[in-house]
Design a protein. Structure first.
Length: 72
């Protein structure tokens, strides 16, 4: 299953790359991509595990850039 999310207060491309790298290392994540220009995150994961994956992704984003929020 593929889901897209808007990211608010994403400040730099380097931070976006760090977030993407961290989320791609999470268990159950097939693929994650973050576009700094569009301020969007796309996650591909098993539909049954998507809620847990998104929750874990939000925590990883907060570690890199605490002001960045994911619009659910």
């Amino acid at each position: 299953m593929k889901k897209k999310f808007k990211l608010e207060n994403l400040d730099c491309a380097h931070c976006a790359q760090k977030m993407e790298d961290a989320i791609n290392k999470l268990p159950d994540v097939e693929e994650c991509s973050i576009s700094f220009v569009a301020s969007k995150m796309t996650i591909i994961a098993d539909e049954e595990k998507m809620d847990a994956v998104v929750e874990a992704a939000i925590k990883e984003i907060a570690k890199v850039e605490p002001d960045c929020t994911v619009v659910l």
